[in-house]
Design a protein around this ligand. Structure first.
Ligand SMILES: [Zn+2]
Length: 245
């Protein structure tokens, strides 16, 4: 597939884009590669989008979206029938209810990450989003009930303070000297990545990130800590869920 041109990732520049037009550049079985897409293909703990393509007024629901190298593949559901031909012009519509929850959840996790680092000096070791909740692992000794209450309250306060969320790109050399990025192990990014996409929750968190986020923290609504779990001496897991306004 290396001969295919890279798919333009429209969600990187506009996470609120729900409809788009594109051209089919390749078809492999039931998987359709497009020249541009607003579908998030999964990664960085954020789940892939759902939705449908439309070809000549015919709706083609998607079963999966994934990124292989630089190309995003949109796999048609069985009921979609025949895939479009290479060169066909299609439109895409993402499942916005799902995506917007992912955006709110993703920004909530970055709030959590920034606040736990600022308040307790603990690094994130992993994380995953689900349709109804998310988990994040921290290099911490433990979470007491008081600490959990504190963390939940500080995240919800940051939501209410309505911090803007900024997305921008920096040349690698510039990004490498930002302390917040160094702590998130930006140096582990492959050396061929020369431009770093930054997601900054102004005043709370800043990290290299490829996901989709809300424009301001108020949109998160609020969070509730569902539970904490001991995953090892220096590894504690926290599970959160969004609270709808
Ligand atoms: Zn992220």
């Amino acid at each position: 597939m290396s001969e295919l041109p890279a798919t333009a990732l429209l969600y990187h520049d506009d996470s609120y884009l729900r409809h788009f037009d594109a051209a089919v550049i390749a078809v492999e079985g039931r998987a359709v590669a497009l020249d541009r897409t607003a579908f998030y293909p999964g990664g960085g703990g954020q789940m892939a989008d759902g939705g449908a393509l439309t070809l000549d007024g015919r709706r083609l629901p998607l079963a999966a979206v994934r990124k292989q190298g630089e190309v995003v593949w949109h796999e048609l559901a069985p009921e979609a029938g025949e895939p479009p031909a290479v060169g066909a012009r299609i439109s895409g519509e993402i499942d916005w209810a799902f995506r917007y929850r992912m955006m709110r959840t993703h920004t909530a996790l970055h709030l959590l990450c920034g606040l736990i680092f600022t308040n307790y000096g603990a690094q994130v070791t992993g994380g995953q989003m689900y349709p109804d909740r998310a988990r994040m692992d921290f290099a911490m000794e433990g979470f007491s009930p008081a600490l959990v209450q504190d963390i939940e309250a500080s995240v919800n306060q940051a939501v209410r303070e309505n911090h803007p969320v900024r997305v921008y790109r920096l040349p690698r050399a510039e990004a490498m000297v930002i302390p917040d990025l160094i702590r998130t192990k930006i140096n582990l990014l492959p050396p061929d990545i020369q431009v770093i996409r930054i997601v900054e929750i102004v005043g709370v968190d800043l990290q290299a990130d490829g996901g989709t986020h809300v424009h301001e923290t108020r949109e998160v609504g609020g969070v509730r800590v569902l539970k904490t779990e001991n995953k090892g001496k220096q590894n504690k897991r926290m599970e959160i869920a969004l609270v709808d306004a």
